[in-house]
Ligand binder design. Structure first.
Ligand code: ARG
Length: 584
């Protein structure tokens, strides 16, 4: 179905036209002050310049044409020229029932088919996931679901870091520690020789150790550089050990993502992209974009009007190895070939802004994607402690994602320990509630801003929290159960009886938030909508005796409203990748 503001825009555009003005002025938006009016149109203000007329006169002309329409109970021209609109209860009810019957529950669908690739993983082989991977995973998963909910074809790709400098360091250190391993012999033969099993703890410890070592030990640094080159040439032994390391890493990374209900359609890595490097070099060479600088091969990507220096992008290092940027360019070739995407979105922390500026400019300059393809980077802020500094473990180390999840689940478990209401397995409920708290605590912020990791607040039953939202759903569950109504019930809302108007309006507006979340890459719009609906529901629930209402029509209508509220909330939460619990 069309979203409500589009329907109202049509009505108001007709009125502009009937009054002799350009219908394009009729755009209707949701009012910023729902207490004053529900919707507004500011077209008369823009019309003033075109028609050399006071905006209030244009607004009054349009209001006159609108007053006969059935949609509005109140239409006002307000100085200097706003048009304020309020819906009739009858029309509001009509919209609610349309949403209830709509297969997409009122979520507006994109007009033309569209394909979006979202790159939101970025874990690195041989390194455990840490708190820095949290935001890309949960914001990305939410954007993926939101894009799907709006009718788009979406592919999520994890884009493993698995082919650059760190793997040279890691493998070089393995060689120091296990010189006897067959994979380090020159005559290693993968058809006969085997690589020993990799111990996950040693693997996780080895990279930071090797990285620190390379800063002091020049010989080690040189060896590890050579190892990267060997790896990228897929030299037997080195490559086989790498495969083993990757296997162990991928398994561990998948386990962590699974706990967050984060899943990817493609588990590609830089190593899969690297096969496109020759093609990339060919294109860049043919277009005359590639030149040598200090032995490296680079492309100039600065533009007139740059406010900061955008240095040339390095495509090949002086030892001919490929690096981070090379793989991102390669991957664009692969994605264009496999998916012909309309948009490719990347999620990383905002310190990578410059990198993506360079990559996108180079890709466009080289024509790796059509000019119209949207290449967009969402650089998000940090998760911080109360001091505003990046969140750390007690001893000041980087927080592993698995430890963070454990902490959150345990805190939720403690909180639920004495609750008599939980009907499902307590650990399972604590998992869902903890993850909901964690995700909502993150997603309710503007992605580009830092936020404070405050578990007590996230787990609070009051305020804008995931816990409060899950709790609201459980309250509706209990009403529906008592009334013997199924959760998917599509009963008709019969009317507005007072006390339910705000909730009804917010439900009617829920579809708008999906579009906003998608366009701004900001799931916070969904959080806002879900929270406002939950708060309006709580108020309605508090003020109204639903189950004991004697007027059968009223009672039926309110129960239908409860059922619709539940469906709308569950869908919003699903787009945040938050699962609900039966009771709590
Ligand atoms: N592995 C990278 C890192 O740890 C993040 C990758 C993000 N995605 C991308 N296409 N560059 O920083």
């Amino acid at each position: 179905m069309k979203k409500i503001t589009s329907k109202l825009t049509e009505a108001v555009a007709e009125a502009f036209e009937a009054a002799g003005y350009d219908p394009a002025l009729g755009t209707v938006t949701v009012s910023d002050r729902l207490d004053l009016c529900q919707f507004q149109c500011n077209g008369a203000l823009s019309g003033a310049k075109i028609y050399h007329k006071a905006p209030i006169m244009i607004a009054s002309d349009v209001v006159e044409k609108l007053s006969a329409r059935r949609e509005f109970s109140k239409v006002e021209a307000v100085p200097p020229g706003f048009i304020n609109l309020t819906l009739t209860d009858g029309y509001l009810v009509e919209i609610l029932n349309e949403i209830s019957a709509d297969e997409n529950l009122g979520v507006p669908q994109c007009e033309a088919p569209e394909t979006v690739v979202i790159d939101y993983g970025g874990p690195n082989v041989a390194k455990p996931l840490h708190i820095g991977h949290l935001r890309s995973a949960i914001i990305g998963e939410s954007l993926k679901r939101t894009a799907r909910a709006t009718g788009r074809t979406v592919y999520g790709d994890v884009h493993f870091g698995d082919w650059g400098t760190p793997y040279g360091l890691t493998i070089a250190e393995y060689k120091v520690r296990h010189p006897d391993w067959a994979c380090f012999r020159e005559d290693f033969d993968p058809s006969k020789d085997t690589v020993p099993d990799i111990d996950e703890d040693e693997m996780n410890e080895i990279y930071p150790f090797a990285s620190a070592k390379s800063k002091q030990d020049e010989d080690f640094k040189l060896t590890s550089r050579q190892t990267v080159v060997d790896l990228q040439n897929r030299k037997a032994g080195v490559y086989d050990l790498w495969k083993k390391i990757k296997e162990v890493s991928v398994e561990s990374v998948k386990r962590n993502y699974e706990r967050l209900s984060v899943d990817f359609d493609y588990w590609y890595g830089e190593s899969d992209a690297d096969v496109y490097t020759p093609e990339l070099i060919k294109i860049l060479t043919e277009k005359g974009l590639l030149y040598e600088s200090d032995g490296a091969l680079v492309v100039d990507v600065s533009e007139d009007g740059d406010k900061i220096t955008v240095p040339p992008i390095i495509v090949k290092k002086s030892d001919n190895s490929s690096i981070y940027a090379t793989f991102d360019l390669d991957t664009i070739i692969q994605r264009e070939r496999d998916f012909k995407p309309d948009r490719i979105w990347y999620l990383t922390d905002k310190r990578q802004n410059l990198h993506f500026t360079q990559v996108f400019r180079c890709a466009k300059k080289a024509g790796l994607v059509p000019e119209t393809t949207e290449l967009r980077h969402l650089g998000f802020g940090a998760v911080t402690g109360p001091d505003g500094k990046p969140y750390k473990t007690r001893d000041g180390g980087v927080m592993r994602l698995s430890d963070l999840i454990d902490t959150v689940e345990q805190a939720a478990f403690e909180k639920l320990k004495d609750s008599e209401y939980i009907s499902e397995d307590r650990r399972e409920a604590a998992h869902k509630i903890g993850i909901a708290a964690l995700k909502f605590g993150d997603l309710s912020n503007q992605p580009s801003k830092d936020y404070i990791f405050d578990l007590d607040r996230f787990l609070s039953f009051d305020g804008k929290t995931g816990t409060y939202l899950l709790y609201t759903v459980t309250r509706i569950n209990s009403i529906l159960k008592k009334a013997g109504i199924g959760y998917d019930e599509k009963a008709r809302v019969g009317g507005i009886y007072g006390g339910d108007r705000e909730l009804a309006l917010l439900l009617a507006l829920s579809g708008e938030s999906y579009e906003k979340a998608f366009n701004d890459m900001a799931p916070s719009a969904l959080c806002e909508s879900a929270y406002n609906i939950a708060a309006a529901f709580s108020k309605f629930y508090h003020d109204t005796r639903i189950l004991t209402e004697e007027d059968a029509d009223k009672r039926q209508s309110w129960l239908a409203l409860c059922a619709l509220t539940r469906r709308v909330l569950v869908k919003l939460l699903d787009c945040l990748a938050i699962e609900t619990v039966e009771n709590m």
